[in-house]
Design a protein around this ligand. Structure first.
Ligand SMILES: Cc1ncc(COP(=O)(O)O)c(C=O)c1O
Length: 369
């Protein structure tokens, strides 16, 4: 589609991010009721009750601007994570931090190295700044870190590692990551996107990224309240970086980017250990159930350390996606990531998981798998 003629010409090539279909849209378009969304890796248990209570109590304050420095959230996280308050940067979701990183570091002709497939925002943010994206295919659904390192040259500004990765779900081990970081030049920033941290951290060989920050000033870690904490709709995430990098990211940040309710909700969610625990437990149970059932249906399943599963249906998944929609289940078709026979399904509550499997079973039967 043509853009207005005075717009920067490179924006014509920027792909718009396609989010998972909203429940309301599906219900409107297909006339189904009680649709289940298993498409955007949200927390199926809902938000933390403690966060909800704190948000309700703050509603009367929304005629005021939020605290642009996120004082209370910063203090709390800094104590919890044992990092300096000035090393934390807050974003309107961690999406925004990924965009800040590219905005602060990447200009025309600069290069950004990403895996293929990976989270789409890295590519979109880079294209928006007119930088070049260098994609390194995964090997067996794992990061090819050696391949990524070989692509580093004088133009490289950033390497993005989603750990675990979306849409794949696998993670890079502490050992592999440490070996990679040793070889990356100091003037190349490595971003460890830990949006699914809470689901992966119990794995023995999952990296201690905050410890790595002491040795690598060129490392930035990003995390979010959107997944395990169940606050996707409020939009709040954070980055931890060397204070000099944090200062740079704050230069490209809008002054009131994290809204008042998001700040209050995030502080309270950090205190709600019970909700976090229940969430992780639900995901672990659902992962096993869905993994086993999908395999029983003849699908290949990629081992995941997240709250979603990438599955190869071995047929055109866009058709199955459409049939699932008609039955009221929203998953993510993977053609846009170059995986036309795959779907990505977010782990839900057990009744949602069971319903999804029941519907999928019926659909796949028609294909005689
Ligand atoms: C790997 C990864 N990073 C970052 C995000 C962004 O999450 P948010 O902007 O909600 O914090 C997502 C969301 O799906 C993700 O999958």
């Amino acid at each position: 589609m043509n853009l207005f003629p005075t717009v920067k010409s490179h924006l014509a090539d920027v792909r718009n991010y396609q989010p998972g279909k909203p429940i309301e849209e599906l219900e409107r378009e297909y006339g189904v009721k009680n649709a289940i969304k298993m498409a955007s890796n949200e927390n199926a248990l809902g938000p933390s009750p403690k966060a909800l209570k704190a948000i309700r109590e703050s509603l009367l304050k929304i005629h005021r601007y939020p605290d642009g420095g996120c004082y209370y959230l910063r203090e709390k996280l800094s104590k919890m994570l044992k990092v300096k308050p000035e090393s934390i940067v807050f974003g309107n979701g961690s999406d925004e931090l990924l965009i800040f990183i590219v905005r602060a570091l990447v200009g025309p002709r600069d290069e950004v190295i990403i895996a293929d497939p990976t989270f789409l925002i890295y590519e979109i943010a880079t294209q928006t700044e007119n930088g070049s994206v260098i994609k390194v295919p995964m090997k067996n659904f794992s990061y090819d870190l050696e391949g990524m390192r070989k692509k580093i040259n004088a133009r490289t500004k950033v390497v993005f590692i989603a750990n675990p990765d979306n849409p794949v779900g696998t993670y890079t081990s502490a050992k592999r990551l440490a070996a990679f970081l040793k070889l990356v030049p100091k003037n190349v920033t490595v971003v460890l996107d830990e949006a699914y941290y809470e689901f992966a951290v119990s794995r023995k060989d999952y990296p201690d990224s905050l410890a790595l920050l002491h040795s690598y000033k060129n490392l930035i870690v990003t995390r979010t309240f959107s997944k395990a904490y169940g606050l996707s709709g409020l939009r709040v995430g954070f980055a931890i970086a060397d204070p000099s990098m944090a200062r740079a990211l704050n230069k490209v940040r809008e002054p009131f980017n994290v809204n008042l309710l998001a700040q209050v909700g995030a502080v309270a969610a950090l205190d709600d250990k019970a909700h976090l625990h229940k969430t992780v437990e639900m995901v672990e149970e659902g992962r096993k159930y869905l993994g086993d059932e999908l395999k029983n249906l003849g699908c290949d399943v990629v081992e995941t350390a997240t709250n979603f599963i990438l599955a190869d249906l071995k047929i055109d998944a866009s058709k199955v996606y459409d049939q699932l929609l008609r039955a009221g289940v929203i998953v993510r078709p993977m053609a846009v990531w170059g995986l036309p026979s795959y779907i990505r399904v977010t782990i839900g509550r057990s009744r949602e998981n069971r319903f999804f499997i029941q519907v999928l079973k019926k659909i796949l039967k028609e294909y005689d798998l």
